[in-house]
Design a protein around this ligand. Structure first.
Ligand SMILES: Nc1ncnc2c1ncn2[C@@H]1O[C@H](COP(=O)(O)OP(=O)(O)OP(=O)(O)O)[C@@H](O)[C@H]1O
Length: 342
C-alpha cells in the first residue's frame, strides 16, 4: 500500500474580483511508496506547493482522492486532520523557526502542541539534536545560527513527532551549494537511518539528482513525466523535462555552436549517449581507433547519479569515409549514436 496516494486530484482556486478561477491542479495521479524519496520538479506556478498543501491537508481538494497510509483524508473533521498532520513533517525554504525561542525551544514546540510530557520531550529533543549534529547549539538563539544550521533545526523540528512522511518544500533553495549538500546528506540519513519517506519539491535538478529515487515532473497543474531518476535524467521525454535536465547535463551543441564547430573541423559530428555503467567510454573509443578513425571530444560531459553514470559526448570524427561508416556501425551496437548535421 502506498504511503501517499492521489487519484485524479483537482484543485481550483476562486479567481476573485472578476478574475477567472485558477486551476492549480488538473487531474493528478501520484503514489509514493513507504521508504521512497520522491522529487517533484516544475517551474514556478506548476502547482508543486499546492500539491504538497493537499497532501498535508492544509488545503482540501476540489475533487479526487488523497489517501495517507490508506486513509482517505478528504472530508475528515479538523480534529482528525490534526491527527493526520502529526504523521507528516514539514521543512520549509525560509526555515519558519521561532526567533523568540532557542534551538531547543523550536524543536520542543510541536511536542508541546502534541501534549508530550516534559521528561519524554527532553529525551526526544536531545536525541534529535545529536542526530542533526547540533547538540552544542541547544541553547543558542536562532539568529546566532548559519542558514544550514537553521535548516537542520527545521529538520529536527519536523522529525519531533516521529512522522512517517517528510515534505520538504524548496528546503535548500535559500542555501549556498556547500550548505545545500550538507542538508541533502542529512535528508538522506533521515531516509536511510530512520526509514522516513520524503517528498521534496524543488526547481533544482541537482537536488533531484543527488537525493531522490524517483522524479515527478509537473507542468501547468499536471504530472507530465515520472520515473526513476537515472531513467528520466538520461532519457527525458517531455520538453519541460529536457529543459530541467539541460541544467545539469549537456545534450548536444545548439545550431550556432554546431556551425562554429563545423567551421573548425572538416569531419563528421556524432553524439554518443551513455546510460548507466554497462558500456564504458574506453570501449567505444577503442573501436573508433581500431578502424583508424581519429576523434576529438568537442562537446558534452558525463555525470554521475547515485553511483550510475550517464551523459552525452559529441565527437568530431576524421578518417576514410568507409572506415568512419564501419566504425559507427560497430559503435551503434554499444551506444545510441546521433549524427549531427550541419
Ligand atoms: N490560495 C491561492 N489562491 C489563488 N491562486 C492560488 C493560490 N495558491 C496557488 N495559486 C495559484 O495556483 C498556481 C500554482 O501555484 P503553486 O504555488 O502551487 O505553484 P508552484 O509550482 O509551487 O510554484 P512556486 O515554486 O512559485 O511556489 C499558480 O497559478 C498560483 O498563482
Amino acid at each position: 500500500m502506498p504511503l501517499v496516494e492521489l487519484t485524479d486530484v483537482h484543485k481550483t482556486f476562486p479567481g476573485g474580483r472578476g478574475r477567472p478561477p485558477v486551476e492549480a491542479i488538473r487531474g493528478v495521479d501520484l503514489s509514493v511508496e513507504e521508504g521512497e524519496i520522491v522529487g517533484i520538479v516544475g517551474y514556478s506556478g506548476a502547482g508543486k506547493s499546492t500539491l504538497v498543501r493537499l497532501v498535508n491537508a492544509l488545503e482540501s481538494t476540489t475533487s479526487g482522492s488523497v489517501r495517507i497510509a490508506g486513509r482517505e483524508i478528504t472530508g475528515l473533521k479538523e480534529r482528525e486532520l490534526r491527527e493526520v498532520r502529526l504523521g507528516i513533517g514539514m521543512v520549509f525554504q525560509q526555515f519558519n523557526l521561532f526567533r523568540s525561542r532557542t534551538v531547543w525551544g523550536n524543536i520542543s514546540y510541536p511536542l508541546e502542541v502534541a501534549g508530550v510530557p516534559r521528561s519524554e520531550r527532553d529525551r526526544r529533543i536531545s536525541d534529535l539534536l545529536h542526530f542533526v549534529g547540533l547538540a552544542e547549539k541547544a541553547h543558542s538563539h536562532v539568529e546566532e545560527l548559519s542558514g544550514g544550521q537553521k535548516q537542520r533545526v527545521g529538520i529536527a523540528r519536523a522529525l519531533a513527532t516521529n512522522p512517517r512522511l517528510l515534505l520538504a518544500d524548496e528546503s535548500t533553495s535559500a542555501l549556498d551549494p556547500e550548505t545545500t549538500q550538507e542538508v541533502l546528506a542529512l535528508l538522506r540519513r533521515v531516509n536511510r537511518e530512520l526509514g522516513i519517506t520524503i517528498v521534496v519539491i524543488t526547481h533544482e535538478m541537482d537536488v533531484v539528482r543527488s537525493l531522490a529515487h524517483r522524479v515527478v515532473v509537473m507542468e501547468a497543474g499536471r504530472v507530465v513525466e515520472e520515473g526513476p531518476v537515472l531513467q528520466v535524467l538520461s532519457d527525458p521525454q517531455q520538453p519541460v523535462t529536457r529543459r530541467f535536465v539541460a541544467t545539469i547535463v549537456d545534450d548536444e551543441p545548439d545550431a550556432d555552436a554546431l556551425a562554429a564547430l563545423h567551421a573548425r573541423h572538416s569531419g563528421r559530428f556524432v553524439k554518443l549517449s551513455f546510460r548507466g555503467d554497462d558500456v564504458r567510454q574506453s570501449d567505444v573509443f577503442a573501436l573508433l581507433l581500431q578502424h583508424g578513425v581519429r576523434f576529438e571530444l568537442v562537446y558534452g560531459g558525463i555525470e554521475e547519479v547515485q553511483g550510475d553514470t550517464f551523459g552525452n559526448l559529441t565527437l568530431a570524427l576524421d578518417g576514410e569515409p568507409g572506415a568512419v561508416d564501419t566504425a559507427l556501425d560497430n559503435v551503434r551496437a554499444l551506444v545510441p549514436v546521433k549524427e549531427l548535421q550541419r
